[in-house]
Design a protein around this ligand. Sequence first.
Ligand SMILES: *[C@@H]1O[C@H](CO)[C@@H](O)[C@H](O)[C@H]1NC(C)=O
Ligand SMILES: *[C@@H]1O[C@H](CO)[C@@H](O)[C@H](O)[C@H]1NC(C)=O
Length: 308
Amino acid sequence: MLSYAVALIGILVVFNSPLNDFLFSNVNPKQCPGQIPQLRRIPLSKLNLKEDLIALEGNSSLQCMPHTPAPVVHVYSREPLVLYIENFLSLDEREHLLGISSSAKNRLLTPHPSEPLFEPSTTTSDGGQTTHRNTTVRDSEVAVIPRTDRVRCIENRAREIQGWRENVFIERLRTQRYRQGGHYNHHFDWSSNRGGWGRVSSFMVWVDDGDGSLVGGGTEFPRMKRSKDPRWCAFIECPGKTADKGDGLEQTPELGVTFKVIPGNAVYWENFRSDGTGRGWVEAWHAGLPVEKGVKVGLNIWSTGYIE
Ligand SMILES: *[C@@H]1O[C@H](CO)[C@@H](O)[C@H](O)[C@H]1NC(C)=O
Ligand SMILES: *[C@@H]1O[C@H](CO)[C@@H](O)[C@H](O)[C@H]1NC(C)=O
């Protein structure tokens, strides 16, 4: 009886999920065939773009110097758009991020000087209105990092890569630390489409792998096609050679790709289709796989804004 009730709750949760609206609906059956259903939007001025959540761009005369080795961008996928960026961060920036996330000498920059920045991560199912900790779903520590000049330069780089997209705002940068067993179950980075606005894109940036001692902790997209070109094996997990089935048929592209943890590098993806429907990409479903050994530190750069 209890399990029946639990199953029923599960079904209700699935059918009431805002995610469903993204994936399966927003299509008005009464509209003319061929006409793209348009999102109904709340105006920009009604959005709560507060400085504690959004890294407002400002107009200060920030000097950002190019770093070496220079970033190199590879298009991984066109639909959805997925970019792989080598050397997104310099070694110096990685050290700086680790320093401001956990070192005592930088605590003065934080709103709560007496506390370490890293704190347990939470999840939300209603677009951030309520959050809770559930280590079955997500086990890591998060730090909303102070906006030092170097951090602002990283924010600017994330804007540049996105082509200074109109009405899209970088959220305050967060580092995430995953210790042994730490993980984040499969999820989408958006949890609600609020009046045509949402978390339109994500960067997963790898900051630290404990000088190479890390085992596990890759970023997995089970519904995204795996590239067959062996050159991608530098950045993604490639299975060992499988025996040729001998039928002379070309293998269909396999589903599922796991990006390796390579400090300094990043993967960028878009969360929503740009067809005016407000639907998300199912391919964007992803997980931070469990850390088997060592410690992983990642940097999340999320952008919130206009869903095209
Ligand atoms: C932006 O420019 C205005 C006008 O020049 C100035 O008053 C303001 O302080 C500047 N803001 C920042 C964050 O630099
Ligand atoms: C944590 O999440 C798991 C998986 O969704 C769920 O089974 C469990 O009941 C949750 N625990 C709490 C305390 O919410």
